[in-house]
Write a protein of this length. Sequence first.
Length: 286
Amino acid sequence: MITQEQFDKEIKIIIQNAIREDVGDGDHSSLACIPAEAKGKAKLLVKEAGIIAGIEFAQKVFTYVDKNLQVETLLNEGDTVKYGDIVFYVSGSSQSILKAERLVLNAMQRMSAIATKANEFAKLLEGTKTKVLDTRKTTPGIRALEKWAVKIGGGENHRFALYDMVMLKDNHIDFAGGITKAIEKTQNYLKENNLDLKIIVEARNLDEIREILQSDGIHRILIDNFTPEQTREAVKLIGNQCQTESSGGITLERARSYAECGVDYISSGALTHSVSNLDLSLKAVD
């Protein structure tokens, strides 16, 4: 997994690029009609029930735009919210508040939707040992935000990207000439390049699981597109030899049935690719 330092760098890049994209050479709407010395205050208003996420990110955005902006938080990351709740107040330069407004809203609406979905999964899996994982099916350029939101909602992060964990999926296996060859080549590559990365191998059937288990050093087997009945058999076959993860179209409706098979993890792209933004707004207050 990536370090906190790497993660913080990703967040900084997101903020810098988003402000570049949105503000360009100036917020001319605000510059045209609001005096530079004008002070104001705004509240982040919740307009839909869910799990709030992105408060800390919003604070980072406000600080980046104007270090003199003051944020008074009323709620915490991961809190359950309802219509009419106020998440925070921000006060200071009116121009600065407006410059940061859209980035704060876009990010928090998206992050809150993901956190809400992750929380639904987490609640469904209560009473089992299974944890829900995100995937790399994220919005290009803001992966760090979306994975942050998954954790806020009660899920866990899979690998961050291609560089922090090895996952040998069907195409890797087929291009390499088979499971055993793919594993051997990978282990040799990691040794030659002095890389300490965990290895996950995807299995498409029970025979492939049996072949994977013949190799040492496998961190997790990805049990892909199995039925719950087949998954239960796979978990029994694997035992305690390595971790287990179910994937492949596992929606909220199907998650519990896979968790009850005894897998360690369920990964779901739906956490990040199939959510609708939570309705939030930033409103000026007297």
